[in-house]
Design a protein around this ligand. Structure first.
Ligand code: SPV
Ligand code: MG
Length: 308
């Protein structure tokens, strides 16, 4: 038997239809009507998102920027974000929704980005219609400039044309409400992006009530399901979202990094105040729990099997 034919079992199995993360995400949206996607900024936080029972991971640009101690203003490079997406995909089987900001440039850059993110294991990309470099959406008085509709339509068309897996989701995000351009502009842009092939439309708002988003939803007559990020209007819980019926995905945009900062601040302050770790120790997860998350059990098994 030749070396090549020895590989036949591999090629046979690769022909079997293994569901992709993108296919799984699409199926969940279709079956459940609504999927819950939680932010993560590291493979460890991605593991915790999966263990908590979410449907997907939001590879948030805001969270990764914060992890580097940087503002979310297009300073983190595509390579840095991509490396994190790849590392998350290695540790979690949940579909990853990659926040690719403005797509790192024009439509040509979007083509490159979509190929890279798909290859890195993402199930979806979200591209927003702001100018590069962008300013984070929730910053008070942040500079919020939109690109021309035609330019963004070109970017969406480029993204659709460059995905290899037809299940890979291209989510168009309009920042029209964030930029203060008003609901008619937001609806016009959303319709143009759907027409260009976007699978879903993310409508972002930074109002402290859901009114603006609810009004947009009432005006939305497209077929593409809507994505929301209710950071500033947390009253919009699952019950309310389901009642609106047009929302297919809710993204909890920055709750992993905020939980991390909350917990670290608390512990660090207590250690200084108590003069040691003797009190906080009992309130922290054990080292064994970290071993579990790191899969130390596999190391032990592998040692038994292979260290001779
Ligand atoms: C992110 O998490 O990076 C987002 C959501 O894009 S927001 O920060 O609200 O713009
Ligand atoms: Mg972002």
């Amino acid at each position: 038997m030749s070396l090549i034919s020895d590989f036949s079992h591999t090629s046979r199995s690769s022909k079997r239809k293994v569901p992709t993360a993108a296919g799984i995400l699409r199926a969940r949206i279709a079956e459940q009507g609504l999927v819950h996607v939680m932010a993560a900024h590291s493979p460890l936080s991605a593991i915790l998102v999966e263990e908590a029972g979410f449907d997907g991971i939001w590879a948030s640009g805001f969270e990764l920027s914060a992890l580097y101690g940087l503002p979310d203003v297009s300073l983190v490079s595509m390579t840095q974000h991509l490396d994190m997406v790849r590392a998350m995909a290695e540790q979690s089987s949940l579909p990853i929704v990659a926040d690719i900001d403005t797509g790192f440039g024009n439509a040509v850059n979007v083509i490159h980005a979509v190929r890279q993110y798909e290859r890195a294991g993402a199930a979806a990309v979200v591209i927003e219609d702001k100018t590069f470099p962008k300013v984070t959406s929730l910053a008070p008085e942040g500079r919020q400039e939109l690109v021309r509709i035609e330019e963004f339509v070109g970017k969406i068309r480029a993204a659709i044309a460059s995905r290899r897996n037809p299940d890979f989701l291209v989510i168009a995000r309009t920042e029209a409400l964030i930029a203060g351009s008003g609901e008619p502009e937001a609806l016009m842009r959303a319709a143009a992006y759907e027409e260009a092939g976007a699978d879903m439309i993310l409508i972002h708002s930074k109002q402290d009530t859901p009114d603006e988003v609810e009004s947009f939803l009432n005006g939305w007559s497209g077929r593409a399901p809507i994505v929301i990020v209710p950071t500033t209007y947390p009253q919009m819980n699952e019950q309310r979202i389901r009642a609106l019926s047009k929302i297919g995905m809710v993204i909890y945009g920055n709750h992993a990094i905020r939980a991390t900062v909350t917990a670290m601040k608390d512990v660090f302050v207590r250690v200084r105040k108590d003069g040691g770790i003797h009190h906080v120790n009992r309130d922290l997860v054990s080292v064994e729990e970290i071993f579990r998350l790191q899969r130390m059990d596999r190391v032990r098994d592998d040692e038994k099997k292979f260290l001779t």
